[in-house]
Each structure stands twice: as structure tokens, then as C-alpha cells.
Design a protein around this ligand. Structure first.
Ligand SMILES: [Zn+2]
Ligand SMILES: [Zn+2]
Length: 286
């Protein structure tokens, strides 16, 4: 008999890119699971930035609703002198190599944010939004940058990052080499997917970039379905995934209710090979 928890109906919908308060999202485990249950999604992955703190609580709540959870994290990585986002799905969170990398990233983010907060105070900068942005959580650079924008010390995230890096002298781009992140993810049995390839500044991932990347690093997949991808971008990345034998993924990048959007019902059938590698089988149609 098939394991019901590991099998999805052929017409199931899912969302594999969700953020919670554990990183820069507004969803709590409770509000997130409530919302995806109301939307009828049958599988989800929480992919918080550089932390897995929300995975276990969301998994427990999702299980009670009959929603499958794939473990996930969105790692900040460096390749070709740029920062990219790497989604890791289905990894064993207790595997030591992978866990060490995630824990190290988490610690580096918290330390850099704490240093920046101390430097802002020591420098006499007025950042009244800081407490609200941090919201009683371990501090993260994204909260500091959010407060700098809210308090008119920087107009954009890039400018806020430059403010901390250059004026306060605290490096705020905190990432790991892509090759190291992929190796650690593979040690943990995870699947590595480049997030939102069409969304990078100053230029989206191009066919030539991907060919060079794959010559250097054994990436497993691309996030083909993403809300801000144009139809042309979606077709480009779907074609590149097929040409290079890469897995496809799909996710909304929802950070909270309407922020910038709610979770979305992507068809599970479109990402079946990725699901299968993460231990989730789709029932045959008909
Ligand atoms: Zn991202
Ligand atoms: Zn994201």
C-alpha cells in the first residue's frame, strides 16, 4: 500500500517557496498553514533565508492538515562575483555537513546585524523603526536594512546595504561560495535549485551564465515558475532546464498575507521529478 503521506493526487497543487518570521516573512507557522490549507494546497516548502528554524513547527502543523512538507531553505550564495539565491529541498536537516553550513550562515547573519545595530547606536544615528523591524527576533541584516529605509537613511535595499558596508564598515553581503553550498546540500541528500533566475540585478540569469555555472557546479534545478517571470522568461528557463536535464521548481516567494502576494497553487505535476527526489510521489492521472 502506498504511504498516503508520501503520495499526492495527480491534480494536487503546491507552493515550494514560502517565507516566515524566522527570516524576513510575516507568516507565523500557524497563519501560513491556515492559509495554504484554505487554498487547498497539498504540499509546501518553507524556504526561509539562511535558516531552517520554521521547518519543524510548520511541518507539525501541516501534517495535521494532511499537507506534505518538503524541507527547504534559501541560501545566500556567491558565484561569478555576484550574490544569488539557492533553494535547497528535501535535505536531511540533521546531516552534519549541511546542518553546519546552515548554522554557520545563520550565526554570521545574526552577528553582522548585531554589530550594525551597535555601530548605529555608537554613531548616534536615529533609527526609531529598528525595534519594530527586529520585532523581538534574533537580529538579521534584512531587518536593519528595512529600518534604515523606513527611517529615511537609505532609499533602497542596495543603498541600505551600502550604508552599512561603507559608512559603518560592516560587510553586509553574507554568503557562501555556490560550490560549497551545493556540496553541503548534496551531503545532506538535498536538491539544489537556483531561485528566481529571472529576477537578478543588474541582469537575469542568461543561457551563457547557466552553461558556465553548470560547468563549475552540479546544480540540480531552476525555479522555472515564479510570479514575476514574464512568459518569455518562463519559456527560456523551462527550455534551459530541459536542455541541461535540470529539475523544475515552482514557488510564489510569499512573505506574508499579500506581501507581496499570498501563496499560489502551482500544479504539482509540473514539478513531479523534483517531488520524487524529495520522497513525494504523484498518483497517476485517471
Ligand atoms: Zn530569493
Ligand atoms: Zn525567497
Amino acid at each position: 500500500m502506498p504511504d498516503a503521506a508520501a503520495t499526492l493526487p495527480s491534480d494536487a497543487t503546491l507552493d515550494l517557496h514560502l517565507h516566515t518570521r524566522a527570516s524576513d516573512g510575516r507568516w507565523t507557522p500557524e497563519t501560513l498553514v491556515e492559509r495554504v490549507a484554505a487554498l487547498g494546497l497539498r504540499a509546501i516548502a518553507v524556504a526561509d533565508h539562511d535558516t531552517i528554524d520554521a521547518v519543524a513547527p510548520v511541518a507539525a502543523l501541516a501534517a495535521r492538515r494532511g499537507i506534505a512538507l518538503i524541507t527547504g531553505v534559501e541560501l545566500s550564495v556567491r558565484w561569478d562575483e555576484r550574490q544569488w539565491h539557492l533553494l535547497v529541498y528535501g535535505a536531511d536537516l540533521a546531516e552534519p555537513t549541511f546542518r553546519a553550513l546552515v548554522d554557520e550562515q545563520r550565526r554570521r547573519h545574526i552577528e553582522a546585524a548585531a554589530r550594525a545595530i551597535a555601530a548605529l547606536r555608537a554613531g548616534g544615528y536615529s533609527v526609531p523603526s529598528l525595534d519594530d523591524a527586529v520585532g523581538g527576533r534574533p537580529p538579521l541584516p534584512i531587518y536593519v536594512m528595512d529600518a534604515l529605509i523606513r527611517d529615511d537613511l537609505a532609499p533602497t535595499i542596495l543603498a541600505a546595504n551600502a550604508f552599512v558596508t561603507e559608512r559603518l564598515g560592516i560587510p553586509f553581503y553574507i554568503d557562501v561560495p555556490l560550490a560549497r553550498a551545493v556540496a553541503a546540500a548534496h551531503a545532506g541528500g538535498g536538491q539544489t535549485v537556483l531561485a528566481h533566475p529571472g529576477r537578478y540585478e543588474p541582469a537575469p540569469l542568461g543561457a551563457g551564465d547557466l552553461a558556465r555555472l553548470l560547468a563549475a557546479v552540479p546544480l540540480d534545478g531552476l525555479e522555472v515558475d515564479y510570479p514575476t517571470h514574464t512568459p518569455e522568461q518562463r519559456a527560456l528557463y523551462a527550455g534551459l532546464a530541459d536542455r541541461h536535464g535540470l529539475l523544475r521548481s515552482a514557488g510564489s516567494d510569499s512573505h506574508g498575507p499579500g506581501r507581496p502576494r499570498d501563496p499560489l497553487p502551482y500544479p504539482a505535476a509540473a514539478v513531479a521529478p523534483l517531488l520524487e527526489r524529495c520522497g513525494l510521489r504523484l498518483q497517476r492521472a485517471g
